[in-house]
Design a protein around this ligand. Structure first.
Ligand code: PLP
Length: 379
């Protein structure tokens, strides 16, 4: 938010701002989904719904997960939420008590640590390993940090902010470790459709997911529906009454109109999603190619989500600046907005920046050209 404010200030000074800070697809919601929302309004479907979500939507979510991952999810194991963020909150509130510890691979989407703190629990960070060609999850490093107070491990895959798709073995080992130790896994797979190559392994493919997994996904990214506030939480049916109790007292139900639109989204056609993902693959390739031309920037090809998290350690050393100073300089001199890695909890990625490529290819090229020229000026 601080950097968005700075970007606004730069725009007010007359700069043409190119923001690589965006966390949502740039396309409007696809027309057949919008039409279903309008139909719901016109039919007067505007009251409260069941807290858990309308049955057609829960069935559509279960069908999606079963077709994709062979998960065997039943519609009564699904809770519809007001965005994935609320699903995270409900899941954490059900499991965590004050003083409990939550293990979070770092860098991470900031809500995990913030929500843990709101609930009086303590985030414990495990850095992802920077290999020079990307990031890896070291399950033995996770294991080393477990204590008798650890009640939850967060696994966000594909990963924000690094774009990493964790390998199947690491995912399987983590679920295995959690079940052996009786620890919940909060699996946030909101970017599961943004996978460009390699195989994505969902936690729901593990035979024993019901023992430990609280699964979070949603409509926001896949269908470009961030403002509709529609997420989902899936867990073993024995947990559902507690999760529903929390949901009922926090938000009553997800927006009725969005739920109807959400059914249309999942029922398809899926062609617009496939086209969008293909477009993002091309944008990623442009972004990585342009980044690799900038001296001192170590980059890599992320396999998923729509972010890249290059390392600027060499560059900032050569410039005698911090990453924050460089980011600020780029905003005010060239109108190019990047997110410094230090905004993510625990500062594990402090020598990196997060760049989103959810913008048109010509804007990516133009933003990267300005970044390169400014770096060359400064060096
Ligand atoms: N989880 C991750 C990893 C995200 O990146 C985001 C949004 O940026 C969310 C959850 C929140 O999604 P929603 O808008 O559905 O609440």
């Amino acid at each position: 938010m601080t950097f968005i404010a700075k970007a606004r200030e730069a725009a007010a000074r007359g700069l043409d701002v190119i923001s690589f800070g965006v966390g949502q697809p740039d396309a409007p919601t696809f027309p057949h989904i919008v039409e279903a929302g309008i139909r719901a309004l016109e039919e007067g479907f505007t009251g409260y719904t069941e807290t858990q979500g309308i049955p057609e939507l829960r069935k559509a979510i279960a069908d999606y997960l079963n077709e994709r991952y062979g998960a065997g999810v039943s519609a009564d194991e699904v809770i519809v939420t007001t965005g994935a963020k609320t699903a995270l909150f409900v899941a954490m509130a059900a499991v965590l008590r004050p003083g409990d510890e939550v293990l979070i691979p770092e860098p991470s989407y900031p809500s995990y640590a913030s929500t843990a703190r709101i609930l009086g629990a303590r985030p414990v960070f495990v850095p992802l390993r920077w290999t020079g060609r990307g990031f890896e999850l070291d399950v033995s490093a996770v294991e080393e940090r477990l204590t008798e107070r650890t009640k939850m491990i967060v696994l966000n895959n594909p990963h924000n902010p690094t774009g990493t798709v964790f390998n199947a073995q690491a995912v399987e080992e983590l679920v295995e470790l959690a079940s052996r130790r009786g620890i919940a896994v909060l699996a946030d797979e909101i970017y599961d459709n943004f996978v460009y190559e390699g195989r994505f392994r969902s936690v729901l493919e593990s035979a024993r997911w019901r023992d430990v997994v609280l699964y979070v996904n949603g409509h926001s990214k896949t269908f470009s529906m961030t403002g509709w506030r529609l997420g989902w939480l899936v867990a073993d049916r024995r947990l559902i009454p507690l999760l529903r109790f929390i949901a009922e007292n926090v938000y009553s139900c997800a927006p009725s109109i969005s739920q109807r639109a959400g059914v249309a989204a999942l029922r398809g056609p899926w062609e617009p999603v496939r086209e969008m993902v293909e477009e993002f693959r091309q944008r990623r390739d442009i972004m990585v190619e342009e980044l690799s031309k900038i001296p001192g920037v170590e980059t890599y090809k992320p396999q998923g989500a729509f972010y890249v998290f290059p390392r600027l350690a060499r560059l900032v050393e050569q410039l005698g600046m911090t990453v924050e100073e460089l980011v600020e300089h780029m905003i005010y001199s060239r109108g190019v907005v990047m997110i410094p890695g230090s905004v993510f909890p625990d500062k594990a990625g402090a020598l990196h920046v997060r760049l989103s490529y959810a913008l048109r290819p010509e804007r990516i090229r133009e933003g990267m050209r300005r970044f390169r020229e400014e770096v060359e000026n400064l060096l």
